[in-house]
Write a protein that binds this ligand. Structure first.
Ligand code: C2E
Ligand code: CA
Ligand code: CA
Length: 672
């Protein structure tokens, strides 16, 4: 039987029945086509399409895998030659081929015959193919690399998942097996494994790819985990060579159609350059999910970060904001905002200031804005957190209401000031008609302490204490409380009053006004919630983050994770440069010079470091492996204003166990 099958397979190979099919590989961050993986198919005249699982093994065992490969390679290269040169091609080689030193020759001959550039080639090798075969595999892959091709480890996680294998060959890419991808949404273990493999790939500076992606939820999670490439039915099944050009041009059209819909990967408030850890996409998601426009501006009133909502309001992408000033971006509003921004930089907070100006789209816009000074650990104001609500719609509804019969809302929202007067004894002597329309209480009912009946029971005590105090001392009143409106709803009001005194200094009368602050309260509450979320995330990301200023290198911010990993306080003394308390070594155990720290390099040279591994002497004297990613923070004019480093403890959790890192002898030094 087997012998018949082999004869049939050989016949099939000779008569061109074995053909390459091409499955797309897509860049997760952009959704753009990155290339194809070749998957062999046997177009059998009687049995129809035979899948590779059935014949690859037979081809290997019977020694015709080389002939099969040659056919498939030549056809695949020829087809790829017709496609744009940035598209890559991945091929699978089997264990037998790795033992066979002719692979390199076969590949380069096929490339020569078809004019396909081998710098576009990625060779996928399964881990099991390496077992017992490392030496040979190394020389074969080194040859392939010398031709300019990349090497990927395929189906990682299914076999030995050995770091020895991962290290043995110069892999450029790691592919997570589809069995984990497909269960990662339902099984925690799968999710953990995918996260660990992706993290491992990142730490080793490899591209990471996931296969078997069938739905968008899986793709989202992979993106969140920082995976680079994806492959699977979500993006397309394998197509024959004849359909390849059509597929690529369809894909292009689709891309440009979707480009307008899809969020631009550049549209991340915490741009990767600013905070390199990909885990921060979590922070981003929350920031972006906030229902209000949010931004942080520095002391020069430049946008340091902002969310999508605000970018939409300003009709400009997020990247167009970063590093530019508020005045440059929204000049019409800036003339109104400037004084408040300046005061916020001096420590004042404002909520619910409303401004009307022509928006960037030429339409009139009404915005309610709140400003909160932001301080560093030393209490210094480093900028202002701003929350913005577009209330144009609300304002125009109000204009409509003006013409309607809705006097209640008219009174409250268009004439927010509700005047009142009281005698020197604190008894109300006069309430305005607005008060009556607002609460439904007549002037008679409101006199004396009668107005108190409109107050929310929870606010009554506090309000009357404040009012009594003012009456006793003559100090101005400023109190907030809810009142029950005619329609039964509660609204927040702010009541302020000042005393008018007679020539002898004694209070004659109180003049007060009620202001509707219900909307302001809501903005404040939303702002408080989003701030709490952001802070929560900064504290919850599974990496340590330390931010230092330039040029001093003084640490201005760090999260508790950083302290837990380094085991010493992040902000021990003021005016201490970050590196002065650091002791680290390279892989050979040589102590790093100050200029060699990624954070110092980021600040001094603007260098971006991705996942550099160092051995670090922690605060408790022990030495362990850390992965450091650092980037400069730049101002408008490109000057470096600071640096940020994301720290991962490579010995913590699963990745650490996978790595099996040992601390070399003699690496411990005494704390200075
Ligand atoms: P592989 O390299 O892991 O290829 C991926 C397999 O997953 C392909 O199966 C592909 O059709 C399938 N697949 C892709 N996306 C999805 C998805 O979203 N959901 C599911 N359920 N499956 C998906 P295929 O074509 O049957 O290939 C099976 C295996 O045969 C390949 O696994 C590869 O190891 C081997 N193979 C295929 N072509 C060749 C070849 O030319 N040479 C060698 N040596 N091996 C090959
Ligand atoms: Ca493969
Ligand atoms: Ca695979």
């Amino acid at each position: 039987m087997i012998a018949d099958y082999v004869v049939d397979l050989r016949r099939g190979i000779d008569s061109g029945e074995l053909v390459p099919y091409f499955q797309p590989l897509v860049e997760l961050r952009t959704g753009q086509l990155s290339g194809f993986e070749v998957l062999a198919r046997w177009k059998h005249p009687l049995r129809g399409m035979v899948p590779p699982d059935e014949f690859i093994q037979v081809a290997e065992d019977s020694g015709c895998i080389g002939a099969l490969m040659e056919k498939v390679l030549v056809d695949a290269f020829a087809a790829m030659k017709k496609l744009p040169a940035h598209l890559r091609l991945s091929i699978n080689v089997s264990a037998i081929q790795l033992r066979d030193l002719s692979l390199r020759r076969q590949v380069s001959l096929a490339a020569e015959r078809t004019g396909f550039s081998l710098s576009r080639l990625t060779v996928e090798i399964t881990e099991s193919a390496l077992v017992g075969n490392i030496e040979h595999a190394r020389s074969v892959t080194e040859e392939l690399k010398s031709l300019g091709s990349r090497i990927a480890i395929d189906d990682f996680g299914t076999g030995y998942s050995s770091l020895r294998h991962l290290h043995a060959l110069p892999f450029d890419e790691i592919k997570v097996d589809q069995s984990f991808v497909q269960t990662m949404l339902s099984r925690r273990e799968s999710r953990k494994i995918v996260a660990a493999i992706v993290g491992l790939g990142q730490s080793l500076g490899m591209l990471t790819a996931a296969e078997g992606v069938e739905d968008a939820a899986q793709a989202d999670m992979l993106l969140w985990l920082g995976c680079d490439l994806a492959q699977g039915w979500l993006y397309g099944r394998a197509v024959p060579a004849g359909k390849l050009s059509q597929y690529v041009s369809d894909q292009k059209k689709q891309q440009s159609k979707e480009a307008s819909k899809r969020p631009n990967p550049e549209d991340t408030a915490f741009h990767m350059e600013a905070l390199p850890s990909q885990r921060l996409s979590q922070l981003q998601a929350i920031y972006d999910g906030a229902p209000v426009g949010l931004c942080f501006v520095d002391r020069n009133m430049r946008y340091v970060s902002l969310n999508k909502r605000l970018a939409e309001m300003n009709h400009a992408p997020i990247v167009a904001h970063l590093g530019r000033t508020v005045g440059e971006l929204i000049p019409q509003f800036y003339v109104h905002l400037e004084p408040y921004l300046k005061r916020a930089l001096n420590g004042e907070a404002f909520a619910g200031l409303e401004f009307q100006a022509e928006g960037p789209d030429g339409q009139m816009q009404v915005r309610s804005t709140s400003y909160q000074p932001t301080r560093d650990e030393a209490g210094e104001i480093v900028g202002v957190s701003v929350a913005v609500l577009d209330i144009t719609e609300r304002e125009s509804t109000q204009v409509a209401l003006q013409e309607s019969e809705d006097h209640h809302r008219y009174a409250v929202e268009l004439n927010p000031q509700v005047p009142w007067t009281a005698g020197s004894d604190g008894m109300i002597v006069e309430a305005s008609p607005q008060w009556t329309t607002l609460t439904g209480m007549t002037e008679e009912e409101s006199k004396g302490w009668g107005w108190g009946r409109a107050l929310h029971p929870d606010d009554l005590e506090r309000t009357s204490v404040a009012w009594r105090r003012s009456v006793e001392t003559g100090d101005p009143l400023d109190v907030e409380y809810r009142i029950r409106c005619l329609d039964g709803s509660w609204r927040w009001m702010r009541s302020r009053a000042a005393a008018r005194r007679g020539p002898d200094g004694r209070v004659i009368r109180w003049y007060g006004a009620l202001e509707d602050i219900d909307e302001h309260k809501r903005v404040l509450e939303e702002l408080r919630e989003s701030r709490a979320l952001l802070e929560g995330v900064f504290h919850a990301v599974p990496v340590g983050i330390v931010i230092a200023e330039a040029p001093s290198g003084r640490v201005v911010m760090g999260n508790p994770q950083a302290e837990a990993i380094l085991r010493h306080p992040i902000l021990p003394k003021l005016d201490t440069a970050a590196h002065e308390q650091w002791v680290a070594f390279d892989a050979n155990g040589r102590r790093l010079e100050v200029e060699e720290y990624p954070l110092v390099r980021a600040i001094q040279q603007g260098e971006i470091t991705v996942s550099e591994e160092v051995q670090y002497q922690r605060g408790d004297g022990s030495v362990g492996w850390l992965s450091l990613s650092a980037a400069p923070i730049r101002g408008d004019d490109g000057t470096i204003t600071g640096g940020v480093v994301a720290i991962r403890d490579l010995e913590e959790g699963e990745q650490g166990r996978l790595r099996g890192v040992e601390v070399p002898e003699g690496k411990k030094v005494k704390s200075q």
